[in-house]
Design a protein around this ligand. Sequence first.
Ligand SMILES: [Zn+2]
Ligand SMILES: [Zn+2]
Length: 330
Amino acid sequence: MYYIVDLQRDQSKLSRYISNTLLEKIQNTLENKKKTLVYINRRWEYNLLCCLDCGHLYKCKNCDITMSVHKNPEKLVCHMCWYTKDLDLRCEKCSWSNLQKVWVGTEQVEKLLKSHFKEAKIFRLDTDSIKTKVQKESVLQNILESDIIIGTKMITTGFDFADIALIAVILLEQEIGIPKYNIEEISYNNIKQLIGRWWRQWEDKEVVIQTFISSNDTIKSISEYNYKDFVTKTLEERKLFSYPPYKDFAVLESYDKNEAKSLEFCKILKNKLDYANEDKKIEITLGQKWFKKAWNYHHKIILKWENLRGFLEVIRYEVIKNPKLSLTFE
Ligand SMILES: [Zn+2]
Ligand SMILES: [Zn+2]
C-alpha cells in the first residue's frame, strides 16, 4: 500500500514532521518484527519556504532553483546565483498568509523516533558514516540488527535490505529543495530507486510519503509516480530558464580571502568572455559576493548558451592555472 500523507492534516504530538499515520505504521512494522526504512535527503540546515495554501515552494526568479531561508538577518537566498530576497508575509503566488518554513534533519528524526519507540533499535546512516570497506561492513551489521534505519540518499543505492516492510519519506519537499537546476529529475530517480525495488512485490509492503505541500505539481508527480506529467513540467521549466537539454550551462566560481581580489578576477574573466561573445547571445551573469564558512569570498559567473564548451576555450588557460577558480559544466 502506498500512502501520501499531507502533514497539514496529519501531525502527531511528537512532531509536526511525523504523522500519526507514520507512527502507526512503524508500530505495526515493529510488532511484525520487520524493518522500517526512513529516508531524508538533505543535510543542509536551511529551511525552505512554502505556502501551505497553494503548495508554492519559493524559487529563485533567475534560476528556478529552490531558495533557502538564512538567519541573521532572515532572508531567502538562492545558492546558484546568490540572489537574496526578504521573506514575504503573504505568498507570492496566491497572496494568502500561510507561509511556513520547513526543514528537518536525520539527527532530529532519529532523536524523535528514539524518544517514541524506546524499545526499538534505531540506526542512522548518512554520508559521514562510510568511508572505508570496514566501515561499510559495520554499517551492514548495524542495518541487520536494527528495526528502524534512518538515512540520506546513500540508502537508496548499494545496500540490499531484506525484511523491509515499510519505507517512509519524511519530507518530500526537502528532496526537491536541494539547489540544483536538475534536482527534480534527480529526486524522481532517487524516489524511484528507493521504492522501485519493492514495486513488483507490492502486496505486503507499505510506503508512506509525507509532505506539507501535497498540492505542489512536482511533489504530486513524484509522489504519484506520474512520469508523463513530471517530464512535461520539467522540460517546460528547463526551456523557460535555458537549462539543458535546451542550453548548455556552466558556472565559473572564484574565491579568495581578499574580497576585492576575488571580485576583480571575476570581472577580468567576464570582460574576456564578453569580448569573445561578440553577438551577445550568451547570458553571462556575475554573481553577488558570498561569505562562506571557510573565510573566503566567493564570486561566480553563470553562463548559458549552446556550445558553451567551444566558447569557454578562450578562458581555458585561466582555469587551468588558477587553483582558486573552478569550472562546473553541466
Ligand atoms: Zn538564482
Ligand atoms: Zn500560496
